[in-house]
Design a protein around this ligand. Structure first.
Ligand code: NAP
Length: 332
């Protein structure tokens, strides 16, 4: 069988992994294709909701686990442990798959070594390394929890052209337009939690729900260790997690280990963003800049955090969002 067929099948598996929803979290988003030596697709699968079938089993189930002499392309190394579901490596072996192509090696201590189990039991295994970086990017939330024991953090802030997040302290100011709002709602839909500081709750009274796009609402998280949160704040009706731990790294560890939250969208305000930057805890930063000039108010960065920001991030992408400009920065 030519390697072009295996690569085409892996491309399809990567596409399937992108169809996984946030309900898959905190499991990785994985796609699997079962095919024959002529390059005909026999079955496809993707990781289902957390606790349900992994991609390999989702595909095998569609052919009643009868895959004698067939091959599989799967984006992440099959798991080899009994977790919420039995090991995929065992299901693949039992179904009779003769060769497995894998894009990216598993790193989770509990789940790895599926490739070794398969080859030890006579199933051929080949890694297609050229797909590894796409799988890494698709599963950046998952790999963050595996490597750092904390959720991935995306920060988002709207600023005026001259760098202000509001034109007066303690005041909500409309800065950006409709396209920016749609972008923020799609970010909310792709993260498990959305976090704000206590002052933002008291000043803006935000709902932090997904309204402009289809998707589930992320779990609200409020950072507050001192002041009272307004008892009438509408977010309190959404069962927020209240974080009273002032050390961000410890707070994030808790969000992962106790709440299994693999991704947090940090929506401000400036004080909370500063604390995250001081501890170098932001992985990606979306800054949406409007054409408006305020000339006064609260700046997103002070001298110290601007210097830290410049050293921590590199510009990854820049595009127009209606009348505003979106810049996406990644941790360097
Ligand atoms: N332009 C934008 O994108 C945007 C986004 C959000 C907000 N805003 C604006 O920003 C303003 C509010 O921002 P802000 O800077 O005053 O307040 P903030 O960052 O929303 O909240 C700060 C508060 O969070 C709590 N907190 C808990 N742990 C913390 C930690 N480790 N580090 C820092 N704070 C922690 C503290 O409250 P406790 O005293 O309870 O501990 C602190 O006083 C409002 O005017 C709002 O309209 C703008």
């Amino acid at each position: 069988m030519c390697s072009k067929i295996a690569e085409n099948m892996m491309s399809r598996a990567v596409g399937l992994s992108l169809e996984c929803s946030v309900k898959t979290y905190p499991n990785p988003m994985v796609g699997a294709v079962i095919f024959d030596s002529g390059g005909n697709i026999i079955a496809e699968g993707r990781t289902c909701a957390y606790g349900c079938d992994h991609a390999e089993v989702d595909a095998l189930r569609k052919i009643d686990f009868k895959a004698q002499g067939l091959m599989m392309a799967v984006t992440l190394e099959p798991c080899n442990h009994f977790g919420r579901t039995p090991p995929c490596s065992h299901a693949i072996l039992k179904a009779g798959i003769k060769k497995v192509f894998i894009a990216k090696k598993e790193e989770n201590g509990k789940a790895c070594n599926g490739a070794c189990f398969l080859s030890d039991n006579g199933v051929e295994v080949e890694f297609l390394d050229k797909f590894a970086s796409s799988v890494e990017e698709i599963n950046r939330f998952f790999f963050k929890t595996v490597r750092s024991n904390r959720p991935w953090v995306t920060a988002k802030m709207a600023v005026s052209k001259d760098g202000y997040i509001t034109d007066a302290p303690g005041k909500q100011t409309l800065i950006t337009g409709h396209a920016a709002k749609v972008h923020v709602h799609s970010l909310r839909a792709s993260h498990m939690a959305v976090a704000v500081g206590a002052n933002t709750v008291n000043v803006d009274d935000p709902l932090l729900t997904v309204r402009e796009v289809a998707g589930d609402d992320p779990r609200p998280v409020i950072f507050s260790y001192g002041s009272q949160i307004d008892p009438d704040a509408q977010i309190l009706k959404r069962d927020p997690l209240i974080i009273t731990e002032p050390v961000i790294e410890k707070a994030l560890l808790k969000l992962w280990t106790e709440n299994k939250i693999n991704s947090v969208l940090l929506e401000g305000g400036a004080n909370l963003i500063r604390s995250f930057i001081l501890e170098n805890m932001i992985d990606e930063f979306h800054i949406i800049t409007s054409e408006k000039v305020f000339g006064r108010g609260v700046k997103l960065f002070n001298e110290e955090t601007q210097t830290l920001f410049n050293s921590q991030f590199i510009l990854k992408d820049e595009k127009d969002l209606g009348e505003d400009i979106l810049q996406i920065f990644r941790k360097s």
